[in-house]
Design a protein around this ligand. Structure first.
Ligand SMILES: Nc1ncnc2c1ncn2[C@@H]1O[C@H](COP(=O)(O)OP(=O)(O)OP(=O)(O)O)[C@@H](O)[C@H]1O
Ligand SMILES: Nc1nc2c(c(=O)[nH]1)N[C@H]1C(S)=C(S)[C@@H](COP(=O)(O)O)O[C@H]1N2
Length: 199
């Protein structure tokens, strides 16, 4: 087993008019932080932001976090069809590349929980050396989409989207992310798996 893990900086962004103005307590940032801490073996520096559903402000926050060196930025909220839901537009506005597989897989997973999952417009994009992914706003949907669906015996039924995140970050020149298999088994082609250093 590897003794040391690369450090990673992760931006977490909760996008909610009501949580950011104090109408209700934000549950998005704690849910993101809890899941990532449970899933990753790497030491994580979190860069958190709680902001309203304003397109220009969301784009500016994403650019700021990428420029600050975050290899991964996860957003939660503002992906539905309501007039104020503009997270996908704000994310696409700062994209170098779109990564449509993440949104497709999230909707696939979420349909097992709620029929209204087809109302979610989550996107994922690459900007520079950073992967930015939109997650739904329901706090419980964060773990559901990252982790996927498990059978009653604990085996994986549908892979969560996080299974593909470490290899994606390898490909854009980021740190080597390693996960706890019981939370989320990351997939890499054999040729991309780092050799274990000699003891
Ligand atoms: N940051 C949050 N903290 C706690 N609960 C949230 C948060 N964001 C969303 N929710 C819950 O999930 C539901 C759906 O999220 P959505 O992003 O569509 O919010 P919304 O209805 O647009 O309102 P708002 O932007 O004011 O949170 C919300 O109505 C709320 O019950
Ligand atoms: N796993 C999961 N995904 C989900 C949901 C949920 O409860 N669980 N809610 C859906 C609903 S009702 C909507 S409108 C969309 C968009 O949510 P957002 O605007 O909160 O981002 O996410 C969907 N995805």
């Amino acid at each position: 087993m590897r003794e040391t893990h690369d450090a990673v900086k992760i931006g977490i962004v909760s996008i909610s008019d009501r949580a950011s103005s104090g109408v209700y307590e934000d549950k998005g940032l704690p849910a993101l932080q809890e899941w990532l801490t449970r899933a990753l073996k790497n030491p994580i520096e979190f860069v958190p932001r709680l902001i309203p559903d304003e397109q220009a402000g969301i784009s500016a926050t994403l650019v700021e976090l990428v420029d600050a060196g975050c290899s991964l930025v996860l957003t939660t909220g503002g992906t539905g069809p309501a007039l104020r839901d503009v997270t996908p537009e704000a994310t696409l506005a700062v994209a170098d590349k779109q990564m449509p597989g993440f949104g497709e897989q999230m909707r696939q997973i979420s349909l097992a929980f709620v029929p209204t999952a087809i109302l979610s417009r989550q996107v994922a994009v690459i900007r520079g050396r950073s992967l930015i992914i939109n997650l739904p706003g329901q706090p419980k949907a964060i773990a559901e989409t990252l982790e996927g669906l498990k059978n009653a015996d604990g085996t994986q039924k549908v892979n969560g989207i996080f299974a593909a995140v470490p290899y994606c970050i390898d490909l854009i020149g980021g740190p080597y992310l390693e996960t706890h298999d019981e939370v989320c088994k990351a997939f890499r082609p054999k040729s991309a798996i780092r050799a274990t250093p000699a003891a």
